[in-house]
Design a protein around this ligand. Structure first.
Ligand code: SF4
Length: 444
């Protein structure tokens, strides 16, 4: 999203965006440094792209985002090949950086909290035509001890609902078929606004855009699929998922019954040290409630393994919980240490090989769960959003229970005489086979 907005601003300033770095006069790298691996990857990418200044048309290299925000002046000294660094509060200065208006090697690090999160009219160069992330807030006011995000992005600032709605309408008008609502702590949206509001109120308004009579019967509607789009919510915090949100998801057919709720762990001593503020019993009650009120609910969660002090017993408790709840989707990270995190000071850091063994064990357990869960779809008719053509008569897409980038895919087979499945269109399939993380079916 930040990259799309920066690209949009650069385009509006008259620049042409090229795909290949060897053709570029200016290269912009938007970085992540949430965990050590991401920071390392960003650094590798910058050094690789810096080569184009020597052997290519590139005259300027700009680095934006979390990496300069986290490592500040230290990184500027280590990377003299970079012409400008922009922190997370300086995205709006991207055009000046691209045009060389700042001093060479300059590092712009304004306080992210003082920068408007994103204005509704910010031009956006969408990287996908059929789906778009829609940021509803920036920053986070929680204090998880393993997380650098509040330091990099500041306290949570919810975007005014009118701005989110205008942006959503623009995206829908541009043909987007899936709006993915995101923030660092999405389900606590709106409690910092005046007057306060909550995420379910915002979703009600957004769902109204999609089923409005204008979109259903207006002249711009192209066929029966054009009036339709999905809304999906990612990154709910267990503490802020309220009954209203669950009811809203249950009520609106355009809102995916998809609950992405990162829990990180379930062992009480670890949850306490992580600063997560809930118990295993509360989590169990929450998941039971969701499944009771939304019978087709799909649950996704994320875990951290190898947090300082995690014992074999803590891990066993977590493994039993995963076997018991049987999440539809599960993402697992290994704890990533850094001197600037409160968790760094905790005793009993877990050796990397122990954390890796636990990871392997957990993922093997989840592989079986996922494979068994997917069996239930065989023979069902599903709506699928088409993403790309893989080969002749075979397309890749996603069902409502598969989020972009993180979950599996649904493959669509068409037979001779059936129309092509266009990217961004909805098709119906009858599921014929299920793999561990993917489904396949015939277009019907
Ligand atoms: S809620 Fe998420 S973003 Fe906020 S501090 Fe915790 S892990 Fe980080």
């Amino acid at each position: 999203m930040d990259s799309e907005i920066m690209l949009g601003r650069i385009k509006r300033a008259g620049w042409t965006i090229v795909e290949e770095p060897e053709e570029a006069e200016v290269i912009v790298v938007n970085t992540c440094s949430f965990i050590e691996d991401a920071a390392d990857e960003s650094i590798e990418m910058i050094l690789e792209l810096a080569q184009y200044k020597k052997a290519g048309t590139c005259q300027r290299l700009v680095v934006a985002g979390c990496l300069p925000e986290r490592y500040r002046e230290e990184i500027t000294k280590q990377m003299p090949e970079v012409d400008a660094f922009l922190g997370t509060g300086a995205y709006d200065q991207i055009v000046a950086a691209v045009e060389g208006a700042n001093p060479a090697g300059g590092c712009l690090l304004p306080d992210p909290e003082l920068n408007p999160a994103q204005d509704k009219d910010a031009p956006r160069a969408l990287s996908e035509s059929h789906m778009a992330y829609l940021k509803v807030a920036e920053g986070c006011s929680r204090h998880c001890t393993y997380c650098i995000i509040p330091k990099l992005r500041g306290k949570k600032r919810s975007r005014p609902p009118q701005e989110v709605i205008v942006e959503a309408q623009n995206l829908l008008d541009a043909g987007v078929k899936e709006l993915v609502l995101v923030a660092q702590d999405t389900t606590s949206y709106g409690n910092d606004l005046k007057p306060k509001m909550n995420l379910s109120q915002l979703i009600e308004s957004l769902a109204g855009l999609i089923v409005s009579p204008t979109r259903l019967h207006g002249a711009h509607v192209d066929g029966d699929a054009a009036d339709h789009a999905w809304i999906r919510v990612l990154y709910g915090h267990p503490d802020s998922i309220d009954d209203a949100f669950i009811k809203t998801v249950a009520t609106h057919p355009n809102v995916c019954s998809y609950f992405d709720i990162p829990i990180q762990h379930v062992s009480h001593p670890i949850l306490k040290k992580m600063g997560r503020g809930y118990t295993r019993e509360e989590l169990r009650r929450l998941f039971d409630k969701i499944r009771l009120q939304v019978p087709d609910a799909v649950l996704r969660t994320t875990l951290i393994l190898g947090f300082p002090g995690e014992t074999e017993r803590d891990f066993e408790t977590l493994l039993r919980f995963i076997e018991d709840i049987r999440f539809d989707h599960l993402g697992v990270f290994l704890y990533s240490d850094s001197g600037d995190l409160p968790s760094h000071a905790f005793p009993d850091h877990v050796p990397a090989e122990v954390a890796q063994e636990r990871y392997d064990q957990l993922m093997s357990c989840q592989l079986d769960i996922s494979a068994q869960n997917y069996q239930k779809y065989i023979g069902q008719i599903l709506e699928v959003l088409v993403e790309e053509e893989v080969e002749e008569r075979l397309y890749a897409g996603r069902a409502t229970f598969q989020a972009p980038e993180v979950d599996g895919m649904t493959y669509i087979k068409t037979s001779a005489g059936q129309p092509e499945a266009k990217t961004g269109s909805f098709v119906h399939i009858k599921v014929t086979d299920a793999m561990e993380y993917d489904l396949i079916g015939d277009s019907v």
